[in-house]
Design a protein around this ligand. Structure first.
Ligand code: GDP
Ligand code: MG
Length: 168
């Protein structure tokens, strides 16, 4: 049977929780095997959508994002993307637009979603709800507040992207 495979890139500054998010999402009951290539990794999760098997391949970086050194092969063929920043890292919030632009420069316009991670640390937040909402609105991105730690809104992020992708 025909299988749909979707490459999803997860971008954002270092330490915002990208690798954690990928591992959280992919360690459900549909977890497939972990693959490692030179410089880049992806984990995958298979889900059923209307009797079709869809394979979401979530591409991770190996820390190159901190040196602005993500290779073109990381982005190549990406069909959806997640831009992540952290509730407790102001610079990561300010870098969101740069990450969105980077993805679009490499692969054009694809379904993207904006995620504010570590919402469990909201008491220590360095970004306000108003400014996060304003940014999402200005960049025309669907916005989720999530906690990978507490498994809050992680599935929702990928379901949204999947839905967007299937609508095309
Ligand atoms: P990456 O550099 O973007 O891949 O970030 P990592 O996934 O390596 O996470 C960086 C740190 O943030 C690790 O210590 C994680 O345990 C922690 N972390 C990730 N998600 C959350 C979250 O939702 N809440 C909290 N409190 N910590 C998190
Ligand atoms: Mg990482």
């Amino acid at each position: 049977d025909v299988e749909i495979a979707i490459k999803v890139v997860i971008v954002g500054n270092g330490a915002v929780g990208k690798s954690s998010m990928i591992q959280r999402y992919c360690k459900g009951i549909f977890t497939k095997d972990y693959k490692k290539t030179i410089g880049v990794d992806f984990l995958e999760r298979q889900i059923q959508v209307k009797e079709e098997d869809v394979r979401l391949m979530l591409w991770d970086t190996a820390g190159q994002e901190e040196f602005d050194a993500i290779t073109k092969s990381y982005y190549r063929g990406a069909q959806a993307g997640v831009v992540v920043f952290s509730t407790v890292d102001r610079a990561s919030f300010e870098a969101v637009e740069k990450w969105k632009r980077k993805v679009e420069e490499e692969v054009g316009s694809i379904p993207l979603v904006l995620v504010q991670n570590k919402i469990d640390l909201v008491d220590e937040a360095v970004v306000s709800p108003e400014e996060t909402e304003a940014l999402a609105k200005r960049l025309k991105l669907r916005f989720y507040r999530a906690s990978v730690k507490e498994n809050l809104n992680v599935d929702e992020v990928f379901l949204y992207l999947l839905d967007k992708y299937m609508q095309k």
